[in-house]
Design a protein around this ligand. Sequence first.
Ligand SMILES: Nc1ncnc2c1ncn2[C@@H]1O[C@H](COP(=O)(O)OP(=O)(O)OP(=O)(O)O)[C@@H](O)[C@H]1O
Ligand SMILES: [Mg+2]
Length: 356
Amino acid sequence: MDDGYMTDFEPDEAALSALPQTGEREVETALRPRKLADFVGQPRVREQLSLVLESARRRGVPPDHVLLSGPPGLGKTSMAMIIAAELDASIRITSGPALERAGDLAAMLSNLAEGDVLFIDEIHRIARPAEEMLYLAMEDFRVDVVVGKGPGATSIPLEIAPFTLVGATTRSGALTGPLRDRFGFTGQMEFYSPEELEQVVQRSADLLGISVDPHGRAEIARRSRGTPRIANRLLRRVRDYAEVRADGTGTLEVVRAALEVYDVDELGLDRLDRAVLAALVRSFGGGPVGVSTLAVAVGEEPSTVEEVCEPYLVRAGMLARTPRGRVATAAAWEHLGLQAPAEVAGVDAAAPTLFD
Ligand SMILES: Nc1ncnc2c1ncn2[C@@H]1O[C@H](COP(=O)(O)OP(=O)(O)OP(=O)(O)O)[C@@H](O)[C@H]1O
Ligand SMILES: [Mg+2]
């Protein structure tokens, strides 16, 4: 659907009833909340956004451009679709890496109708020429199309319909200043509390017809790294286990046994999270060490370590980012069953606790 208009935001009954047969990506789409009111958590972003949308609606103009930033799986794409649904607008979906040539973006922009939402996922990965074209489009609803090459090239200004750009990024720091400044509102998505994730699990279990008891639900929520996408994924793995090895219900016991099979530990850390901590502690004596070195040690891309693992490890008080590099806190040593050296013990006091 990378390229098409989407107008229908009612829950897709057909897709839901066909769920057991469909792939996991379709399940993810079917589980997306459709309205601001269905969206669990993020109370701050929801309140701010609802003001932006309501005020624009009353004035009868497209709202300001919106940037959604935060770690993967917290609901940025879902929120972008909700924005369009709340505005009763069509949404066009593309992504930064897909906009390699400015011409791709020009085509997209000139096809917009008034009030449309243009969603650019991973907007920090947009190529430079497309980014520069976007400046003018965002500010003046205009693009300059360059015709010809060399000294004979001319640029033809082209008007585009007033639209709302919604950008999503896991790395708002990687956005250039001029681009960031052109968004009228930035929604910073935060990790979810275990209570919020319990609601996400409940909602998904109801939609998918999965049975989990309250203790099982709480355990899934606690081990989901503050992330709804992970909560939904763990729920499906618990369902598999419950159906094959138990009587179908996700009790506390079943959840614990299932998550053990899938290498999700007590704190919800997965293999890669633990590999990062283990490398930091065992190979580099707890740091400080640069993120690229750390990434090589675990055989991953630096961007994966930085954008996928680190935000939660920092949030969980296990890892600190310092100007000299990454440092393991006493909690990290402890989690790996090791005694922290005396000089690290002090780091812990300053570290935030989980979900404070
Ligand atoms: N607030 C929420 N309430 C209920 N479910 C949610 C919520 N946020 C996210 N989800 C679920 O988590 C899944 C992932 O959300 P989404 O794709 O919107 O995340 P994202 O931030 O765009 O991730 P990425 O950065 O990887 O693109 C969705 O399929 C949806 O089911
Ligand atoms: Mg997304």
